[in-house]
Design a binder for this molecule. Structure first.
Ligand code: GDP
Ligand code: MG
Length: 442
């Protein structure tokens, strides 16, 4: 419950504001933590700067230190950055069969393994028919590696033909995918130990003959500073659509995630968590954020403190309600809360005894538009009327309805609902001297 109320009480939790000094001191620690997590230096610097201006002046929650508060702000911001814009919510675009997926990255980053992991996932989770092709013409063993993985997971691989160039193999893969009725074909390119022009030209040629729906950069999550270079190069020259971070099962704190996101602006789509074929998960910003910052205890502490304060305030409010002091301002707050939570199951649904009523109201055609109209009605009341709805006689009602551009009948409906809610809360208070309410708070 306290979580649901947080929006309402945000304004009330302040115990003072973060000073520039508080923020600077805490951010010094954060910067060290980021660098220790292998976030690249320029990315760490920019990130800290952005948080600094945002955090200064923000309210400090009672019972936590300013430093702790800053770390919580940093943590939330980290999640925001890692999440990026919401436009890239689709994990992999594999419509219009056969959809080509191009896998790029340095040697040993985990391309071949990830190709097979993704193929397995597409097959099992999305029922796709997948064809995999190795374009690693330099190491015959690499081609066999993909073939073996294919057999293991039951996914077809393009037959190996010696002496072809990567772009030719890609063409062959495309033809085979069309003829064979595959939904997706995956191109596992050769890597190099470091970025070089030949590699880039080769990958460009492959890109140009297949026009990939997804170009995924596979990066070892343990590599810190170089990862940024790699990402920048591949993104500028080839154009990537997303990143897969591998070896996140290791001890590394995964700072590469932040660097990748910041430098390429492209979403991190998956993380590799081991050598096994199902050790691949969707990227979850909050988990990685905690890991990068390595200050999970502090974040949890601040959250707990905020929750406690919200719960205390909610309880104070409830105590007032159970004494029958439920006025139109309270009603407005409830309605706004409902709007925010997208429906009646919100706050009312959380209160014992109110769930049923919420359902009834909903069934009687209560929707967002209605809520907005009711809020408009309350807004057209005077301060006195809001505090004491008993004042509302015919002439006042007419004025209020007119002010909101609505009928008096709508106002009557609102008043009836208000009375019902007020009664219900009073009854609940009597039932268990607030005992039930207290329980609902937990
Ligand atoms: P490629 O050169 O980019 O194709 O890299 P490979 O796919 O051949 O992977 C190189 C090594 O890293 C192999 O031994 C893989 O088993 C291992 N590997 C790949 N992904 C992961 C991962 O997420 N976690 C761990 N622990 N090992 C991985
Ligand atoms: Mg490989």
């Amino acid at each position: 419950l306290s979580e649901r109320l947080s929006g309402v009480f945000d304004k009330l939790t302040s115990q003072g504001a973060l000073s520039e000094d508080d923020v600077k001191t805490a951010l010094r620690e954060v910067r060290v933590a980021l660098l220790e997590a292998d976030v690249s230096l320029p990315v760490a610097r920019d990130f800290v700067k952005a948080v600094e201006s945002r955090a200064t002046g923000q309210a400090v929650t009672k019972s936590v230190t300013p430093g702790q508060q800053v770390i919580k702000i940093v943590h939330d911001e980290l999640i925001n950055v890692l999440k990026g814009d919401s436009e890239d919510t689709e994990l992999l675009k594999v419509d219009n069969p056969p959809a080509p997926i191009l896998m790029v990255g340095l040697q040993g980053g985990g391309k071949t393994t990830t190709t097979a992991k993704l193929a397995k996932r597409l097959k099992e989770k999305q029922g796709k028919r997948v064809l995999m092709a190795s374009l690693d013409v330099y190491r015959p063993a690499a081609m066999h590696q993909l073939e073996v993985l294919g057999q293991q997971i039951g996914v077809d691989t393009l037959p190996i033909v010696a002496g072809q160039k990567p772009a030719d193999i890609a063409k062959r893969a495309k033809q085979q995918a069309i003829m064979g009725g595959y939904d997706v074909y995956m191109l596992d390119t050769a890597g190099r130990l470091s970025i070089d022009d030949e590699l880039m030209a080769e990958v460009e040629a492959v890109r140009d003959v297949t026009n990939p729906r997804e170009t995924l950069l596979v990066v070892d999550g343990l590599t810190g500073q170089d990862a940024v270079n790699t990402a920048e190069n591949f993104n500028n020259r080839i154009g990537i659509s997303g990143v897969v971070l591998t070896r996140m099962d290791g001890d590394g704190r995964g700072g590469a995630a932040l660097s990748m996101r910041a430098v390429t602006g492209k979403p991190i789509k998956f993380v590799g968590l081991g050598e096994k074929m199902d050790a691949l998960e969707e990227f979850t910003p909050d988990r990685i954020a905690g890991r990068i910052l390595g200050m999970g205890d502090i974040v949890a502490l601040v959250e707990k403190a905020q929750e406690t304060i919200e719960a205390e305030q909610a309880e104070r409010m409830m105590r007032r309600f159970t004494k029958g002091q439920f006025n139109m301002n309270d009603m407005k707050m409830q309605l706004e809360q409902m709007l925010k939570m997208g429906g009646m199951e919100g706050l009312m649904g959380m209160m014992p005894g109110m769930g049923k009523m919420a359902k009834q109201v909903k069934e009687s055609g209560f929707e967002d538009k209605t809520i907005a109209r009711q809020i408009a009605l309350i807004q057209s009341m005077t301060k006195k009327e809001r505090a004491n709805p008993a004042l509302l006689q015919a002439s006042r009602k007419k004025r209020i309805a007119k002010g909101a551009g609505l009928e008096v009948s709508e106002l009557n409906k609102l008043l009836k609902m208000h009375r019902q809610m007020a009664d219900m809360m009073k009854k609940m208070g009597k039932m268990g001297k607030g005992g039930m309410l207290k329980q609902a708070m937990k």
